[in-house]
Design a protein around this ligand. Structure first.
Ligand code: AMP
Length: 354
Protein backbone atom coordinates (compact mmCIF):
# COMPACT_ATOMS: atom_id res chain seq x y z
CA UNK A 1 0.00 0.00 0.00
CA UNK A 2 1.32 3.42 -0.96
CA UNK A 3 1.03 5.89 1.92
CA UNK A 4 -0.84 9.07 1.01
CA UNK A 5 0.91 11.98 2.74
CA UNK A 6 -2.06 14.20 1.96
CA UNK A 7 -3.91 12.52 4.82
CA UNK A 8 -1.49 14.40 7.10
CA UNK A 9 -2.22 17.84 5.66
CA UNK A 10 -4.94 18.77 8.19
CA UNK A 11 -2.22 18.68 10.89
CA UNK A 12 0.38 20.62 8.87
CA UNK A 13 0.61 24.34 9.68
CA UNK A 14 1.07 25.94 6.24
CA UNK A 15 2.64 29.05 7.81
CA UNK A 16 5.45 27.13 9.52
CA UNK A 17 6.61 24.64 6.90
CA UNK A 18 10.16 23.30 7.14
CA UNK A 19 11.66 21.96 3.92
CA UNK A 20 13.70 18.82 4.54
CA UNK A 21 15.78 16.47 2.43
CA UNK A 22 18.70 14.07 2.70
CA UNK A 23 22.09 15.77 2.66
CA UNK A 24 23.39 14.65 -0.73
CA UNK A 25 22.73 14.91 -4.50
CA UNK A 26 20.97 18.29 -4.92
CA UNK A 27 20.48 19.12 -1.24
CA UNK A 28 22.67 22.24 -1.24
CA UNK A 29 20.56 23.62 -4.08
CA UNK A 30 17.26 22.62 -2.39
CA UNK A 31 18.26 24.28 0.93
CA UNK A 32 19.65 27.34 -0.85
CA UNK A 33 16.41 27.77 -2.83
CA UNK A 34 14.20 27.14 0.20
CA UNK A 35 16.07 29.76 2.24
CA UNK A 36 15.60 32.29 -0.54
CA UNK A 37 11.86 31.66 -0.38
CA UNK A 38 11.89 32.19 3.39
CA UNK A 39 11.55 28.58 4.60
CA UNK A 40 13.25 26.91 7.52
CA UNK A 41 15.35 23.98 6.36
CA UNK A 42 16.29 20.62 7.85
CA UNK A 43 19.08 18.37 6.61
CA UNK A 44 18.67 14.64 7.21
CA UNK A 45 21.93 12.74 7.41
CA UNK A 46 23.37 9.48 8.67
CA UNK A 47 26.14 9.25 11.28
CA UNK A 48 27.04 12.93 11.52
CA UNK A 49 26.36 16.15 9.59
CA UNK A 50 28.55 16.14 6.47
CA UNK A 51 31.41 18.58 6.99
CA UNK A 52 31.27 19.94 3.44
CA UNK A 53 28.21 21.95 4.45
CA UNK A 54 30.51 24.14 6.58
CA UNK A 55 31.94 25.37 3.30
CA UNK A 56 28.62 26.67 1.96
CA UNK A 57 26.88 28.94 4.49
CA UNK A 58 24.04 29.81 2.10
CA UNK A 59 23.35 26.18 1.18
CA UNK A 60 23.55 24.84 4.74
CA UNK A 61 20.29 23.75 6.40
CA UNK A 62 19.21 25.52 9.58
CA UNK A 63 19.31 22.22 11.47
CA UNK A 64 20.31 18.61 11.01
CA UNK A 65 18.48 15.44 11.92
CA UNK A 66 21.12 12.76 12.46
CA UNK A 67 20.02 9.17 11.84
CA UNK A 68 21.70 5.88 12.75
CA UNK A 69 20.99 4.55 9.25
CA UNK A 70 18.60 5.45 6.44
CA UNK A 71 15.74 3.28 7.71
CA UNK A 72 16.00 5.10 11.08
CA UNK A 73 14.01 7.87 9.37
CA UNK A 74 10.88 5.88 10.26
CA UNK A 75 11.68 6.25 13.99
CA UNK A 76 11.64 10.04 13.62
CA UNK A 77 8.36 10.40 11.80
CA UNK A 78 6.50 11.92 14.78
CA UNK A 79 9.22 14.47 15.35
CA UNK A 80 9.30 15.44 11.66
CA UNK A 81 5.54 15.88 11.66
CA UNK A 82 5.80 18.10 14.74
CA UNK A 83 8.35 20.16 12.87
CA UNK A 84 5.88 20.70 10.00
CA UNK A 85 8.15 19.04 7.52
CA UNK A 86 7.53 18.76 3.79
CA UNK A 87 10.09 16.32 2.39
CA UNK A 88 11.65 17.00 -0.99
CA UNK A 89 12.82 13.73 -2.58
CA UNK A 90 15.84 13.55 -4.88
CA UNK A 91 17.44 10.60 -6.67
CA UNK A 92 19.78 9.62 -3.84
CA UNK A 93 17.05 10.01 -1.21
CA UNK A 94 14.89 7.42 -2.97
CA UNK A 95 17.87 5.15 -3.65
CA UNK A 96 19.19 5.19 -0.06
CA UNK A 97 15.80 4.66 1.49
CA UNK A 98 14.69 2.08 -1.09
CA UNK A 99 11.76 2.66 -3.43
CA UNK A 100 9.31 0.55 -1.42
CA UNK A 101 10.15 2.25 1.87
CA UNK A 102 9.86 5.63 0.18
CA UNK A 103 6.35 4.72 -1.00
CA UNK A 104 5.43 3.80 2.60
CA UNK A 105 6.92 6.89 4.21
CA UNK A 106 4.25 8.41 6.48
CA UNK A 107 5.24 12.03 5.86
CA UNK A 108 4.10 14.80 3.53
CA UNK A 109 6.33 14.63 0.44
CA UNK A 110 6.58 17.08 -2.42
CA UNK A 111 5.44 15.67 -5.80
CA UNK A 112 3.49 12.55 -6.62
CA UNK A 113 5.11 9.43 -5.16
CA UNK A 114 2.90 7.25 -7.39
CA UNK A 115 5.24 8.11 -10.26
CA UNK A 116 7.90 5.87 -8.75
CA UNK A 117 6.64 2.48 -10.05
CA UNK A 118 6.20 4.03 -13.51
CA UNK A 119 9.68 5.46 -13.55
CA UNK A 120 11.67 2.60 -12.02
CA UNK A 121 10.14 -0.27 -14.04
CA UNK A 122 11.59 -0.13 -17.56
CA UNK A 123 8.50 -1.81 -19.06
CA UNK A 124 6.15 0.68 -17.49
CA UNK A 125 8.27 3.74 -18.26
CA UNK A 126 8.42 2.59 -21.90
CA UNK A 127 4.62 2.33 -21.93
CA UNK A 128 4.34 5.86 -20.45
CA UNK A 129 6.86 7.46 -22.85
CA UNK A 130 5.37 5.64 -25.88
CA UNK A 131 1.94 6.98 -24.96
CA UNK A 132 3.48 10.44 -24.63
CA UNK A 133 4.52 10.19 -28.29
CA UNK A 134 8.27 10.13 -27.63
CA UNK A 135 10.74 8.22 -29.75
CA UNK A 136 12.64 5.65 -27.70
CA UNK A 137 15.76 3.70 -28.64
CA UNK A 138 14.86 0.40 -30.29
CA UNK A 139 14.42 -2.42 -27.79
CA UNK A 140 16.05 -5.77 -28.66
CA UNK A 141 14.41 -8.80 -27.08
CA UNK A 142 16.62 -11.57 -28.48
CA UNK A 143 20.39 -10.98 -28.16
CA UNK A 144 20.89 -13.06 -31.32
CA UNK A 145 19.29 -10.12 -33.16
CA UNK A 146 22.14 -7.74 -32.26
CA UNK A 147 23.38 -6.50 -35.64
CA UNK A 148 24.27 -2.93 -34.65
CA UNK A 149 25.77 -1.42 -31.47
CA UNK A 150 23.58 -1.88 -28.40
CA UNK A 151 23.82 -0.83 -24.76
CA UNK A 152 22.97 -3.47 -22.19
CA UNK A 153 21.48 -2.17 -18.95
CA UNK A 154 21.06 -4.20 -15.79
CA UNK A 155 17.80 -3.44 -14.01
CA UNK A 156 18.13 -1.13 -11.05
CA UNK A 157 21.80 -0.41 -11.83
CA UNK A 158 22.46 3.10 -10.58
CA UNK A 159 24.61 5.67 -12.28
CA UNK A 160 25.24 3.49 -15.33
CA UNK A 161 27.33 1.02 -13.29
CA UNK A 162 27.83 -2.28 -15.07
CA UNK A 163 26.28 -1.15 -18.38
CA UNK A 164 28.15 -2.30 -21.45
CA UNK A 165 28.19 -1.84 -25.20
CA UNK A 166 28.10 -4.81 -27.57
CA UNK A 167 28.33 -4.77 -31.34
CA UNK A 168 27.23 -8.34 -31.98
CA UNK A 169 25.94 -11.48 -30.29
CA UNK A 170 29.45 -12.77 -29.65
CA UNK A 171 30.43 -9.61 -27.73
CA UNK A 172 27.14 -9.73 -25.84
CA UNK A 173 27.73 -13.34 -24.77
CA UNK A 174 31.26 -12.62 -23.62
CA UNK A 175 30.15 -9.71 -21.39
CA UNK A 176 26.71 -10.56 -20.04
CA UNK A 177 26.06 -11.65 -16.47
CA UNK A 178 23.02 -13.88 -17.08
CA UNK A 179 22.17 -14.00 -13.36
CA UNK A 180 20.94 -10.40 -13.42
CA UNK A 181 17.86 -9.12 -15.28
CA UNK A 182 18.80 -6.77 -18.13
CA UNK A 183 17.43 -4.77 -21.07
CA UNK A 184 19.07 -4.40 -24.49
CA UNK A 185 18.67 -1.04 -26.23
CA UNK A 186 19.89 0.30 -29.53
CA UNK A 187 22.99 2.44 -28.81
CA UNK A 188 21.87 5.78 -30.22
CA UNK A 189 24.60 7.73 -31.91
CA UNK A 190 24.28 11.47 -31.42
CA UNK A 191 24.68 14.14 -28.78
CA UNK A 192 23.30 13.71 -25.29
CA UNK A 193 21.02 16.29 -23.69
CA UNK A 194 19.45 15.94 -20.26
CA UNK A 195 16.42 18.24 -20.31
CA UNK A 196 15.16 19.74 -17.03
CA UNK A 197 11.46 20.55 -16.78
CA UNK A 198 9.12 21.77 -14.06
CA UNK A 199 5.40 21.12 -14.22
CA UNK A 200 3.09 23.18 -12.05
CA UNK A 201 -0.56 22.23 -11.72
CA UNK A 202 -1.03 25.56 -9.89
CA UNK A 203 0.43 28.19 -12.18
CA UNK A 204 -0.74 29.17 -15.64
CA UNK A 205 2.02 31.65 -16.46
CA UNK A 206 4.27 29.35 -18.54
CA UNK A 207 3.77 26.91 -21.47
CA UNK A 208 0.11 26.13 -20.86
CA UNK A 209 -1.16 22.57 -20.58
CA UNK A 210 -4.70 21.23 -20.10
CA UNK A 211 -4.18 22.05 -16.43
CA UNK A 212 -1.37 24.29 -15.13
CA UNK A 213 1.80 24.97 -17.09
CA UNK A 214 5.25 23.68 -17.96
CA UNK A 215 8.65 25.34 -17.68
CA UNK A 216 11.93 24.35 -19.29
CA UNK A 217 14.56 25.30 -16.71
CA UNK A 218 17.78 24.04 -18.22
CA UNK A 219 19.83 21.34 -19.88
CA UNK A 220 23.05 19.61 -18.94
CA UNK A 221 25.29 16.86 -20.16
CA UNK A 222 26.70 14.32 -17.79
CA UNK A 223 30.38 13.65 -17.53
CA UNK A 224 30.64 9.88 -17.43
CA UNK A 225 33.74 8.03 -16.47
CA UNK A 226 35.50 6.48 -18.11
CA UNK A 227 33.71 6.52 -21.49
CA UNK A 228 33.88 10.30 -21.91
CA UNK A 229 37.66 10.50 -21.78
CA UNK A 230 38.59 7.00 -22.88
CA UNK A 231 39.41 8.15 -26.41
CA UNK A 232 42.52 9.87 -25.02
CA UNK A 233 44.06 6.43 -24.79
CA UNK A 234 42.81 4.97 -28.07
CA UNK A 235 39.64 3.73 -29.73
CA UNK A 236 37.22 1.71 -27.63
CA UNK A 237 38.09 -1.39 -29.68
CA UNK A 238 41.80 -0.86 -28.95
CA UNK A 239 41.11 -0.37 -25.26
CA UNK A 240 38.96 -3.46 -25.04
CA UNK A 241 41.74 -5.44 -26.67
CA UNK A 242 43.90 -4.60 -23.64
CA UNK A 243 41.10 -5.29 -21.16
CA UNK A 244 39.81 -1.73 -20.50
CA UNK A 245 36.03 -1.58 -20.68
CA UNK A 246 34.07 1.66 -21.07
CA UNK A 247 31.89 2.55 -18.07
CA UNK A 248 29.11 5.11 -17.66
CA UNK A 249 29.48 6.17 -14.02
CA UNK A 250 28.45 9.83 -13.62
CA UNK A 251 31.09 12.00 -11.97
CA UNK A 252 29.85 15.51 -12.79
CA UNK A 253 27.71 17.64 -15.10
CA UNK A 254 28.32 20.27 -17.78
CA UNK A 255 25.97 23.24 -18.32
CA UNK A 256 24.58 23.30 -21.87
CA UNK A 257 22.19 25.10 -24.17
CA UNK A 258 20.31 23.50 -27.03
CA UNK A 259 19.64 24.83 -30.56
CA UNK A 260 16.73 27.25 -30.30
CA UNK A 261 15.04 25.52 -33.26
CA UNK A 262 14.79 22.36 -31.12
CA UNK A 263 12.82 24.09 -28.37
CA UNK A 264 9.38 23.40 -29.92
CA UNK A 265 10.20 19.67 -29.75
CA UNK A 266 11.55 20.05 -26.21
CA UNK A 267 8.24 21.52 -25.05
CA UNK A 268 6.11 19.05 -27.00
CA UNK A 269 7.95 16.14 -25.39
CA UNK A 270 7.49 17.59 -21.90
CA UNK A 271 3.84 18.26 -22.63
CA UNK A 272 3.29 14.64 -23.75
CA UNK A 273 4.94 13.32 -20.60
CA UNK A 274 2.80 15.45 -18.28
CA UNK A 275 -0.53 15.05 -20.11
CA UNK A 276 -0.25 11.24 -20.26
CA UNK A 277 0.87 11.03 -16.64
CA UNK A 278 -2.45 12.42 -15.42
CA UNK A 279 -4.70 9.50 -16.42
CA UNK A 280 -1.90 6.95 -15.79
CA UNK A 281 -1.13 7.77 -12.17
CA UNK A 282 -2.52 11.18 -11.24
CA UNK A 283 0.19 13.42 -12.71
CA UNK A 284 3.92 14.07 -12.85
CA UNK A 285 4.24 17.05 -10.50
CA UNK A 286 7.25 19.35 -10.10
CA UNK A 287 10.67 18.72 -11.64
CA UNK A 288 11.52 15.91 -14.05
CA UNK A 289 14.22 15.20 -16.60
CA UNK A 290 14.21 13.55 -20.01
CA UNK A 291 17.51 11.91 -20.87
CA UNK A 292 17.90 12.15 -24.62
CA UNK A 293 20.19 11.68 -27.56
CA UNK A 294 19.77 14.02 -30.55
CA UNK A 295 20.65 12.28 -33.80
CA UNK A 296 22.14 13.97 -36.88
CA UNK A 297 18.57 14.07 -38.24
CA UNK A 298 17.85 16.34 -35.23
CA UNK A 299 15.45 13.80 -33.77
CA UNK A 300 15.28 13.21 -30.02
CA UNK A 301 15.50 9.67 -28.75
CA UNK A 302 14.60 9.44 -25.07
CA UNK A 303 16.36 6.67 -23.18
CA UNK A 304 15.26 7.44 -19.63
CA UNK A 305 13.02 9.65 -17.49
CA UNK A 306 13.89 10.88 -13.98
CA UNK A 307 10.78 11.91 -12.13
CA UNK A 308 12.30 14.37 -9.67
CA UNK A 309 15.08 16.95 -9.34
CA UNK A 310 18.23 15.67 -11.08
CA UNK A 311 21.86 16.41 -10.22
CA UNK A 312 22.24 17.96 -13.68
CA UNK A 313 20.43 21.04 -12.32
CA UNK A 314 23.35 21.75 -9.96
CA UNK A 315 25.30 23.92 -12.45
CA UNK A 316 22.37 26.35 -12.21
CA UNK A 317 22.15 27.18 -8.49
CA UNK A 318 22.40 30.84 -9.60
CA UNK A 319 20.07 30.42 -12.60
CA UNK A 320 20.38 29.03 -16.13
CA UNK A 321 20.28 30.73 -19.54
CA UNK A 322 16.61 29.69 -19.66
CA UNK A 323 15.57 30.72 -16.14
CA UNK A 324 17.18 34.11 -16.84
CA UNK A 325 14.14 34.60 -19.13
CA UNK A 326 11.69 33.34 -16.50
CA UNK A 327 13.06 34.85 -13.32
CA UNK A 328 16.74 35.75 -12.96
CA UNK A 329 18.57 33.61 -10.41
CA UNK A 330 15.93 30.87 -10.39
CA UNK A 331 17.22 27.34 -9.69
CA UNK A 332 15.15 24.16 -9.72
CA UNK A 333 15.59 23.99 -5.93
CA UNK A 334 14.16 27.47 -5.56
CA UNK A 335 11.34 26.67 -8.01
CA UNK A 336 10.32 23.73 -5.78
CA UNK A 337 10.21 26.06 -2.76
CA UNK A 338 8.12 28.58 -4.72
CA UNK A 339 5.59 25.89 -5.61
CA UNK A 340 5.32 24.81 -1.96
CA UNK A 341 4.95 28.43 -0.86
CA UNK A 342 2.23 29.18 -3.43
CA UNK A 343 0.32 26.01 -2.50
CA UNK A 344 0.64 26.77 1.22
CA UNK A 345 -0.59 30.35 0.77
CA UNK A 346 -3.57 29.35 -1.39
CA UNK A 347 -4.67 26.21 0.46
CA UNK A 348 -3.66 23.92 -2.44
CA UNK A 349 -0.99 21.73 -0.83
CA UNK A 350 -3.06 18.62 -1.67
CA UNK A 351 -2.40 19.28 -5.38
CA UNK A 352 1.39 19.14 -5.14
CA UNK A 353 2.07 16.64 -2.36
CA UNK A 354 1.54 12.96 -1.76
P1 AMP B 1 20.98 5.58 -17.84
O1 AMP B 1 21.31 4.92 -16.53
O2 AMP B 1 19.87 4.93 -18.60
O3 AMP B 1 20.77 7.06 -17.64
O4 AMP B 1 22.28 5.43 -18.79
C1 AMP B 1 23.60 5.78 -18.37
C2 AMP B 1 24.35 6.38 -19.54
O5 AMP B 1 24.45 5.44 -20.62
C3 AMP B 1 23.66 7.59 -20.17
O6 AMP B 1 23.91 8.78 -19.47
C4 AMP B 1 24.24 7.60 -21.56
O7 AMP B 1 25.54 8.13 -21.62
C5 AMP B 1 24.36 6.13 -21.87
N1 AMP B 1 23.17 5.62 -22.57
C6 AMP B 1 22.08 5.07 -22.01
N2 AMP B 1 21.19 4.63 -22.94
C7 AMP B 1 21.75 4.91 -24.14
C8 AMP B 1 21.36 4.68 -25.51
N3 AMP B 1 20.22 4.04 -25.80
N4 AMP B 1 22.20 5.09 -26.48
C9 AMP B 1 23.37 5.70 -26.20
N5 AMP B 1 23.80 5.93 -24.94
C10 AMP B 1 23.01 5.54 -23.92
Amino acid sequence: MVFDGRSLLPDLDPKRITIATYCSHTSLQIFHGARKEGFRTLGICVGEPPRYFEGFPLGRPDEFLVLKDHADLFNHVEELRRRNVVLVPHGSFVEYLGANRFLDLPLVTFGNRNVLPWESDRGRSKQWLDKAGLQLPRHITDPRDIIEPVIVKYHGAKGGRGFFIARNYHEFKSRIDETKPYTIQEFVLGTRYYLHYFYSPLRGDAYRLSKGSLQFLGVDRRDETNIDEANRLGSIAELEAIGIKPTFVVSGNFPMVIRESLLPKVFRMGEGVVETSMPLFGGMIGPFCLETVVTDQLEFKVFEISARIVAGTNPYVGGSPYTEMIEPGLSTGRRIAQEIRLAAETGRLAEITS
